[in-house]
Design a protein around this ligand. Sequence first.
Ligand code: MG
Length: 375
Amino acid sequence: MSDPDLAIVSIETTILDVPLIRPHKFATTTSEVQPILLVAITTAGGVTGHGEGVVPGGPWWGGESVETMKAIVDNYVTPYILGRGVDEITGILVDLERIVANARFAKAAVDVALHDAYARHLGVGVHILLGGAFRTGVDVRWALGAAPVEEVLDEIEEKIEARLNFAFKLKMGALDPAVDTERVVSIAEALDGRAGVSIDVNARWDRFTALRYVPELVDGGVELVEQPTPAEQIEVLAEINRLVGASVMADESVQTPHDAFRIATLGAADVLALKTTKCGGLQRSKQVVAVAKAAGLRCHGATSIEGPIGTAASVHFACSEPGIDYGTELFGPQLFAVELLQTPLDYSEGQVHLPTGLGLGVELDMDVVKHLARN
Ligand code: MG
C-alpha cells in the first residue's frame, strides 16, 4: 500500500431484489426480479467503490446465488482483506485463491469494487486501470425469453424502431425442442435478414436433441448457436461446431483460462461468451480473452443480467479490450423496471456508451438502493 488513505476500512454487502419490466424466461426458471449482491468497499480516505455479485436469476446457471456470494464475502473475504490497500488488486485476488475456491461470481464483485475504489482514489475512470479505452461504445444485442412468436416479434420491432438494438438472441430450452425450433424459425423467417438472430439453449439439450435440431435452426436462418449442450461436454460442442456452418458460441463451458484453452484445442467453438462475472472479475477476464486470442477465437461481451454497476464494469472492460470483437449483450439495466442510477447508462444507436465519470463512472441513487434492499 503506497498511501494509508488506500486502506480498506469496511466492506458492506446488501442484497437487492430489482423488479424486471417483464418476466424473463430462462430454460429452467422464470425471473420476475433480479437479485443483486451489492458490495461496497470503503477506504480510510473515505472513497467507496462498488461491485455487483450477479447470476442470471438464481443458482441454476452455475451453482452460485446472491445468498452464497454474501456468505463468502462476509465470512471469508472481508476478514481477509480488511486493512489491505485497494491498490493491491492483483495481490488480493491471488491470495483469495488460497482462501476460496471457484466462487467466481462472488470474486468478481470484489474485483470490481476494488477497481472502482482505486480508480476513484486516483481520480480516473476504471478503463484507465485496464490500459485506457480505445473506443467509447459497444454494440448491444437484446435477449428475448422463451415467449410466443407474436410477442417476440413485437418486442423486436419496438427495439429496432427505437434504434436500441439491431441483433437479437432468443432463449431456448424451456419448451419441447420441436415446438421451440418451429417457434424460432418462424421468428427468423419473419425478420427476413433485417436483424441478426442467435439462440441460447443454456446447456439444456443432450447430444441427441442438439444433433437433431441445431442443423434445422441453422437452415432456418439462425446465425449463432450458443451453448446447446451441457457445460462439461466440450467434445459434444466440438461435434456440433463441425456439423453446422453457423458459428457456435460457448458460454457455460467457459469460465477459466484453462476452459478457453480446452475449447480452443478441441475446436469446440468459434466465439466465447465472456462475462466479467463468471470469469471472476476484470483481471481474470483479461486472461480468458488472451487465451481466446491466441487460438483465433472471437469474444462476445456477455451478461449475467447485471445491474448498472456490473454492466458499467463490463463496458469499461469491453472499451479497453480489443479482444471483445463479437459485440455485446450488456443490456442488463434495460430489463429493470427501476432505475438504480442518478444518471442512467447511455443506450442509443444500438450501443451502450462508456460512462465518463470517476471509477465506474456511475453513481447509485441510494434512496432506490435502500428501497430495494432485502430485509
Ligand atoms: Mg448464455
